[in-house]
Design a protein around this ligand. Structure first.
Ligand SMILES: *Cc1c(COP(=O)(O)O)cnc(C)c1O
Length: 862
């Protein structure tokens, strides 16, 4: 029998236990072990069986137990302490307030952070992989630092899929329905109690409606839009059905909801709660890029808006927008058929009144090699954001090359895309025992003095380090056995056949972890290149290794599923199955004991496709050593002693051969470097050289890989400068009007800008190091004034083709003006090293409100 209606009855807590509801209602518990202790005490069995889910725990615990707790003085004391701690966390000044982030007026009053996925806790499964985990860590670190971020995302009714295996090792996907009433979120309501709604007009149909859920991530609200509401036809209800599913049109509707709907949700949230409106908007990857179009609509045609012209509105919106690109893999970039965009942004579409031709041109690939029939969300991202970044130094570099076409007049190095390397949220990912080791040395991980915390690493005795590592390895082994048993039962084995699982994996064997999504560039099966060699490593009589592997393949990616199957088949072999396991359904709940339990974290992507990668950072913070291709973050922070670099055969085009070379190098490292060090024990059973490396890993990487470092970088390098620029443009829009007019003038006048003639003196035919060269450049600026431009001397080494490399750019200064827009600019340069030297002079636009002279994409050269 089917129910005709369903609803969830929310538990009523006795008044003495009201604080339990407060603790459960803020996700801070998910990174605060002391709060988790309180929930565990309510009912240890339920705490385990609900998968550490406070909302479901409180829904399931019986009345009698609650009444008992309500009179338990000891419990009430601990509950009161946890509640008071939460209150202090939520209300006291933190880094942003103490450092003047907000109070000196430079930091934004609020920042809207848009992402298609957020991975915050296992009990709010709204993520698929690294992008979502990063977004979750960004919000948590912002909360810890007091940075006034508001997250904006979608609430997917099925989240991402759950992974299981068939008998044959083929990935099986299921999509359990999430009941919002059982999730740690609450509905945003109008003051009269009705639910807050947003509406987006779609062509050929009624408005798309969405309600707004709010998750409290410490101090940070996360707004999640949900189209599962009465009034929406079924195909609209399904807009938020699942993460990364469906065809282009489905994806487009999701992204419309996220971008356009997200801005509307932020406005509703500010109106209802009095929270400040964001001064800066951050697009985490291109998916949320439509937010810029909604802001242009607000500024150009909205009844209650300032009714600016399009170009002025574009400047206002650009100045306050930050765009982070996350992948150098072309398939990872969203591209829509241009005619679909035309349809959805027609006058009956999502941003009525904003000219669709202007919208189309924002996402057009109008550069060499571009495809004129598509609308590219990354391209639009760069055009709608004045500040853009990649997520590691190497990825910044790769992105500048990838998107050079948008600034064709400039060399790759000058493309205005910077980088901020990702980080991870330590309180979420570091095992409690590891924190306790340092805390035992009097170091406070929450203190502002993080140096002191990392210095404590040297004071912990090696034996203690090793005892804790074994404990964590053993916990992982037990968790893995439990998951393995469940998986084999699902695959159709009888319990009686599964006795071997009781001794699968060994808490004293060197444990290597490999877990991540399974796109082809991550090369899940590289370790299987030479199966016999891998077997010998696994079964080595004195120095064996064991491998714990996990990862989901995108449901539409059969190639990825074949890789999983290949690996599972290898791991099914009775000869090795006690030393290599594939654990289905990689998620936060699995990841949390996995990183601390591993001695080595393996990563072997095809360089340079791993934009950053964060799992190795989580391993490092738990004293795991990285064994990785020099890609993403590892390329930046590997120092020769904090782990191992697998040499990559970058120049080798034959991918098979490249895989062979890199796999061989991996086996060699494991055999000759990793295992000998791990099994080289001193008289007390401690591998001292290993522990040395572990200490060095913690000290060298610890302070760098933190999400708090990352969020501070975002505040200083992007959010605060964006807010400053935005205020100059937005306060009365005069600045924006001026900037838009100036850009128009510069673009129109640029054909008249020329470098006519350059003279140099002071260095003869055979200059020596130390000589000073005087340069005089005669330029014609046409209708532009000298203050509209910078005249630059660009010098560097020369190649055999007279290409300038390692260039340095220095401004020349206006020396004299002549008739008809002609001017002379002068400057000196000291020849400070021997060898081939070359220079040129160029003219570029200049304005204090530009972030880079490359911003307009124009340049004049001799
Ligand atoms: C950290 C994490 C990721 C991201 O790992 P990468 O190495 O960056 O790909 C993916 N999934 C989960 C569950 C994680 O915890």
């Amino acid at each position: 029998m089917r129910a005709i209606r369903r609803f969830t009855v929310r538990p009523v807590l006795p008044p003495a236990l009201a604080a339990l509801g407060d603790l459960a209602g803020n996700l801070r518990w998910s990174w605060h072990p002391e709060s988790q202790d309180v929930f565990a005490e309510v009912d240890p069995g339920l705490w385990e069986s609900t998968g550490h889910d406070p909302v479901r725990l409180l829904g399931a615990v019986g009345r009698a137990r609650l009444d008992e707790l309500a009179t338990d003085e000891g419990f009430l004391g601990r509950l009161g302490t946890a509640r008071a701690d939460l209150e202090a966390y939520l209300t006291q000044d933190r880094w942003y307030q103490r450092s003047g982030g907000g109070s000196d007026g430079s930091g934004p009053r609020a920042i809207g952070y848009f992402s298609p996925e957020f991975g915050i806790t296992a009990v709010l499964p709204q993520y698929s992989g690294g992008l979502g985990i990063l977004a979750g860590d960004h919000l948590k670190a912002a909360s810890d630092l007091g940075v006034p971020i508001i997250g904006v995302g979608l609430l997917y009714r099925h989240g991402y899929f759950k992974q299981a295996l068939s008998r044959e090792g083929w990935q099986q996907e299921t999509y359990p329905v999430l009941d919002p009433d059982e999730l740690p979120i609450s509905l945003l309501r109008e003051p009269d109690g009705s639910r807050a709604m947003i509406a987006i007009s779609l062509p050929d149909g009624p408005d798309l409606l969405a309600r707004i859920w709010v998750a409290s991530v410490g101090r940070v609200p996360l707004l999640m839009l949900d189209t599962d509401v009465e009034g929406n036809p079924d195909h609209y209800v399904d807009v938020t059905d699942r993460l990364y599913g469906g065809n282009s049109e489905h994806r487009l509707r999701q992204e419309l909801l996220l971008g356009v709907g997200g801005v509307k949700a932020l406005r509703a949230y500010a109106r209802i709660t009095g929270h400040p409106e964001p001064e800066v908007f951050h697009t985490n990857e291109g998916h949320a890029g439509f937010l810029g179009l909604e802001r242009i609509r607000e500024l150009t045609v909205a009844e209650d808006g300032p009714r600016l012209d399009f170009d002025t509105a574009l400047e206002v919106s650009r100045a306050s927008t930050v765009f982070t690109t996350h992948t150098p893999v072309p398939a990872g970039i969203d591209r829509f058929p241009a005619n679909l965009i035309e349809q959805y942004f027609s006058d009956a579409g999502a941003t009525p009144g904003v000219p669709v031709e202007r919208i189309l041109s924002l996402g057009r690939e109008d550069y060499d090699g571009g495809d004129a029939s598509v609308f590219n969300m990354a391209v639009m991202g760069f055009r709608l954001a004045q500040r853009a970044n990649g997520v590691s130094l190497l990825h910044g570099h790769v992105s500048r090359g990838m998107f050079n076409g948008l600034w064709p007049a400039f060399d790759e190095a000058e493309v205005p895309i910077g980088s901020i390397t990702n980080g991870v949220h330590a309180p979420t990912w570091v095992a409690r025992e590891v924190f306790d080791l340092a805390a035992g040395q009097g170091a406070d991980p929450d203190g502002d003095d993080t140096e002191a915390f990392w210095a404590a690493v040297d004071r912990v005795p090696g034996r203690d380090v090793w005892t804790v590592k074994r404990q964590l390895r053993e916990r992982l082994v037990l968790d893995a056995r439990r998951r393995l048993l469940r998986s084999w039962e699902k695959r159709g084995s009888a319990k009686a056949e599964l006795g071997w699982i009781d001794s699968a994996l060994d808490p004293d064997v060197l444990t290597i972890g490999f877990a991540r999504r399974v796109p082809s560039y991550k090369r899940l099966t590289l370790m299987l290149r030479d199966p016999e060699r891998l077997k010998r490593l696994l079964l080595h009589p004195e120095r064996p290794i064991q491998l714990v592997i996990a990862g989901k393949s995108h449901p539409a990616d059969d190639g990825g599923k074949r890789l999983i199957q290949e690996l599972v088949r290898f791991a099914d072999d009775p000869e090795v199955r006690h030393r290599i396991v594939f654990l289905p359904n990689y998620d936060i709940a699995m990841a949390q004991p996995l990183y601390p339990g591993c001695d080595v974290w393996l990563n072997n992507p095809l360089r340079p496709y791993e934009a950053c990668g964060t799992s190795g950072m989580k391993a490092a913070l738990n004293g795991g050593l990285n064994l990785s291709i020099l890609d993403g973050w590892w390329d930046e922070w590997y120092d020769g002693e904090n782990g191992w670099a697998i040499p990559s055969a970058d120049g080798v085009d034959d991918t098979d051969r490249r895989d062979d070379l890199e796999a061989d190098a991996l086996y060699d490292l494991i055999e000759h470097e990793v295992t000998p060090r791990f099994y080289d024990l001193d008289g007390e059973g401690v591998p001292t050289r290993w522990v040395e490396m572990l200490r060095h890993t913690l000290k060298s990487l610890g302070p760098k890989v933190l999400a708090t470092r990352m969020v501070r970088d975002y505040v200083r390098q992007l959010y605060a400068p964006a807010a400053v620029n935005a205020r100059r443009l937005n306060s009365d829009y005069a600045g924006a009007v001026e900037l838009a007019a100036w850009k128009k003038k510069v673009r129109a006048g640029w054909p008249g800008v020329r470098v006519e003639h350059v003279e140099s003196s002071g260095v003869g035919d055979a200059p020596e190091v130390g000589a000073t060269m005087h340069v005089r450049a005669f330029v014609a600026l046409g209708d532009l004034a000298p203050e509209d431009v910078a005249v630059q001397l660009v010098h560097g080494r020369t190649t055999s083709e007279d290409e300038l490399v390692d260039t340095v750019t220095e401004p020349l200064s206006l020396a004299e003006s002549y008739d008809a827009g002609r001017h002379r600019f002068d400057g000196d340069v000291v020849l400070d090293h021997a060898g081939g030297f070359g220079y040129t002079v160029r003219v570029v636009p200049r304005n204090a409100l530009l972030t880079s002279y490359a911003e307009l994409g124009v340049v004049a050269l001799p």
